[in-house]
Write a protein that binds this ligand. Structure first.
Ligand code: FAD
Ligand code: SIN
Length: 560
C-alpha cells in the first residue's frame, strides 16, 4: 500500500512550485512569512485547527539577550549548563547572537509583549530557572498565544500564503515512491490527508519544511497539545534522515494536578518571580504544618543550591523523588506571598484558570506534578534547517540543531523557531530549483475502511502508559527493554492496520507515536550514563566525555 506508480500527475511549472510547510506553529509561520516576503508561494498545512499546537500554549516567554546586565556569553553559558555538556557551542552562540533581531522581528509582526518603559526595547523581561539574569520577553503569562495570533493574522492576510487547516501530512515523497530506489534520494513533495474530504492528495513542492512540533503525546501525562505526536520526526526517519538525542525528553516540573485539567502548565516564570515548592503538610507525607510554613516545608534546597531555580531536569527529578519518598501524588507550588494584585497582573491566565477550578492561587498553593513537556532531540539539521535529504528542511521542536543538549533551557525553544525559521527560508530561496519529476498519486484501491477503531484507541492508551511507566523521569535498562519489547508488538499490529485500511488521522498519529517511542527507547538504551534529562539507575554516573545519540535508519526495501 498506498503510493502507486500510476497514474502520474502532471508536472507543475517550476515558477509556480510552492514550498510546502507542514505545521502552523511559530516555526512554520516564521518560515512561511519570510518566504512569502520574498515572493515565494507557500502552502502551510495544519492537521487540526490553525490555532492548535504548542506555540499557542507557551506561557513563560522567549529569550532575548537584550539587557545591559546580559551578554551572548552569559546566555551561551546558561544554555550549556542546562544542556549538561551536550550543547553545541556554535549553535548556542549563533542563536543567542540573533536573539535581539528575533525579538525585533516579532515586535514588527505586531506581537504585544508586556511593556516596561525602562526595559530594553521598551520590554519587560522576566526570569526563569537556569537563567543568570532577567532575559525573557513575554506577554503576561500567555506569550505563545500573543505570538501565534500576530503571526497567524499576518499569514492569513498574505496573498502568497495558503493556509490549509485539517490537512495532515502522511509521508514525504522521495525516490522510493518514484521507483528509483538506486538514485540518490531527495524530497519532492508530500502525501497529505485532506481530513474533511477523506482523501489523500499529492502535493509537489520546491521544498518541504517539517515544522510539526514535538512528541509529548507519547506520554500519559504531558503539558502538550494533541498535535504533539512526532509526525515530522517519524516522516523524516522513514525517509532515511538521521535523528538525534531522542532520549532527552524534558519533564516540566509544574503541571497542574487536577482531575478536570490534565495538561495545564504552571509557568516556570512563577518560580522566577519567587513562588516556592513545598511538600504537602500532614497527610501521608507525615510532615507537620507550622505557623511559619502552613503549607508544608520547602525541599528544593536539599537537592540543589539554586533551589526552585535549578534547571528543569533537577527540579523535576527532585519532585519525583519526594513524591515517591513520601507517597504523595503531588507537591505544592506556593505563590501566596506574591500577593493577589501581582499575580493578577503578571499571571492572569493561571490565576483565572485555577480560580475556575476552585484554586485561589493568592490564598492557597497550587497542586503540581511533573509531566512530559519538550522533545530536546529530533531531525538532525544544520543552522539553515537543512535535513539529510535535498529538498527537505526542518525547524522548531521537531529538530535537533544541538542547541538544547541533554536538557533545554527555559524559553530557548521559541527563540530557536524564530532564528532558524529565518535562516531556513533564506536557504530555500538560495537553493536553485531543480527539475521536478512527476509524482505518483496515492492509491487506495487495495485497502478498505476499518470496521472498528477500538484497536487504535486501545493501542494508543497502552503505548502512552508504558512510556510513562517504563521510560519516564527515572529509567532502568530492564524497564527500557520491556518497553521496547511491547513497542515492537504494538508496531506489528499498527503496521498491519496501516497496510490494510484507509488512513485516518488517529491511525497516522498512532503510527508516528510508535515510531517515535521506539526512537526514544533505542536512544535511551545506548546511553550508558546519566546526563541531563536521561537518568538511569543502572548507570547513575556521568561519563567524562559524551556525545549526542545519533540514530541512522537501516535501509528498508518495499513500497513504503
Ligand atoms: P508547534 O507550535 O507545536 O506547531 C506544530 C504544528 O504542526 C501544528 O500546527 C500542528 O497542527 C502541525 N502538525 C503536526 N503534525 C502534522 C502533520 N502530520 N500534518 C500537518 N500538520 C501537522 N517554549 C518557550 O521557549 N517558552 C515558553 O514559554 C514555552 N512554554 C510552553 C508551554 C507549554 C504548555 C508547552 C506545551 C510548550 C512550551 N514551550 C515554550 C515550548 C514551545 O512552545 C514549543 O517548543 C514551540 O512552540 C514549538 O513550535 P513548533 O512550531 O515547532 O511546533
Ligand atoms: C514555562 O513557562 O514554564 C515554560 C517555558 C518553556 O518551556 O520554555
Amino acid at each position: 500500500m498506498h503510493p502507486a506508480g500510476d497514474p502520474m500527475q502532471e508536472q507543475t511549472s517550476e515558477a509556480a512550485a510552492p514550498v510546502v510547510v507542514i505545521g502552523a506553529g511559530l516555526a512554520g509561520l516564521t518560515v512561511a512569512l519570510h518566504l512569502a516576503a520574498q515572493g515565494q508561494p507557500v502552502i502551510v498545512l495544519a492537521k487540526r485547527s490553525l490555532g492548535e499546537g504548542a506555540t499557542a500554549w507557551a506561557q513563560g516567554g522567549i529569550v532575548g539577550v537584550l539587557g545591559s546586565d546580559d551578554s551572548v556569553e552569559s546566555h551561551v553559558r546558561d544554555t550549556q549548563d542546562a544542556g549538561a555538556g551536550l550543547v553545541d557551542e556554535h549553535t548556542a552562540r549563533f542563536i543567542a547572537e540573533h536573539s535581539p533581531e528575533a525579538i525585533e522581528w516579532l515586535v514588527a509582526q505586531g506581537v504585544p509583549f508586556s511593556p516596561d518603559p525602562q526595559g530594553p526595547l521598551g520590554l519587560h523581561l522576566t526570569r526563569e530557572g537556569g537563567h543568570a539574569v532577567r532575559r525573557i520577553a513575554h506577554a503576561a503569562d500567555a506569550t505563545g498565544r500573543a505570538i501565534h495570533n500576530a503571526l497567524l493574522a499576518r499569514a492569513s492576510a498574505h496573498p502568497l500564503v495558503t493556509l490549509k487547516a485539517r490537512w495532515m501530512a502522511v509521508d514525504l515523497i522521495t525516490e522510493r515512491h518514484l521507483k528509483r530506489a538506486d538514485a540518490p534520494p531527495s524530497c519532492h513533495g508530500v502525501y497529505a490527508l485532506d481530513i474533511d474530504a477523506q482523501r489523500v492528495e499529492t502535493l509537489p513542492a520546491r521544498a518541504v519544511v517539517l515544522a510539526t512540533g514535538g512528541v509529548g503525546k507519547t506520554y500519559r501525562y504531558t503539558t502538550n497539545p494533541d498535535t504533539a505526536t512526532g509526525d515530522g520526526i517519524a516522516m523524516a526517519w522513514r525517509a532515511g534522515c538521521r535523528v538525534a538525542n531522542m532520549e532527552f525528553i524534558q519533564f516540566h516540573p509544574t503541571c497542574l494536578y487536577h482531575p478536570q485539567e490534565r495538561s495545564f502548565l504552571i509557568t516556570e516564570a512563577l518560580r522566577g518571580e519567587g513562588a516556592v515548592l513545598r511538600l504537602p503538610a500532614n497527610g501521608s507525607a507525615g510532615r507537620e504544618a507550622t505557623a511559619e510554613e502552613p503549607w508544608g516545608p520547602r525541599f528544593m534546597a536539599d537537592h540543589d543550591p539554586r533551589a526552585e531555580l535549578a534547571p528543569r531536569d533537577i527540579v523535576a527529578r527532585a519532585i519525583d523523588f519526594e513524591m515517591k519518598k513520601h507517597g504523595v501524588d503531588h507537591v505544592w507550588l506556593d505563590a501566596t506571598h506574591l500577593g493577589e494584585a501581582f499575580l493578577k497582573e503578571h499571571f492572569p491566565t493561571i490565576h483565572a484558570r485555577c480560580l475556575q477550578l476552585g484554586i485561589d492561587i493568592a490564598r492557597q498553593p497550587i497542586p503540581v506534578v511533573p509531566a512530559a513537556h519538550y522533545t530536546c532531540g529530533g531531525v538532525v539539521t544544520d543552522l539553515a534547517g537543512r535535513a539529510d535529504l535535498p529538498g527537505l528542511y526542518a525547524v522548531g521542536e521537531a529538530t535537533y540543531t544541538g542547541l538544547h543538549g541533554a536538557n533545554r533551557l527555559a524559553s530557548n525553544s521559541l527563540l530557536e523557531c524564530v532564528v532558524i525559521g529565518r535562516t531556513c527560508a533564506a536557504s530555500i530561496l538560495d537553493t536553485p530549483a531543480t527539475e521536478r519529476p512527476a509524482l505518483p498519486a496515492w492509491d487506495e484501491s487495495l485497502v478498505e475502511s476499518a470496521d472498528e477503531q477500538v484497536v487504535i484507541s486501545h493501542n494508543w492508551d497502552e503505548l502512552r502508559l508504558l512510556m510513562w511507566n517504563y521510560v519516564g523521569i527515572v529509567r532502568t535498562t530492564k524497564r527500557l527493554e520491556r518497553a521496547l519489547h511491547r513497542i515492537e508488538l504494538l508496531r506489528g499490529e499498527i503496521d498491519e492496520y496501516y497496510a490494510n485500511f484507509r488512513v485516518t488521522r488517529d491511525l497516522l498519529e498512532l503510527r508516528n507515536l510508535v515510531e517515535c517511542a521506539e526512537l526514544i527507547v533505542r536512544s535511551a538504551l545506548v546511553r550508558h550514563e546519566s546526563r541531563g534529562l536521561h537518568f538511569s539507575r543502572d548507570f547513575p554516573h556521568t561519563l567524562p566525555v559524551s556525545f549526542p545519540t545519533v540514530l541512522t535508519r537501516p535501509a528498508r526495501s518495499g513500497a513504503r
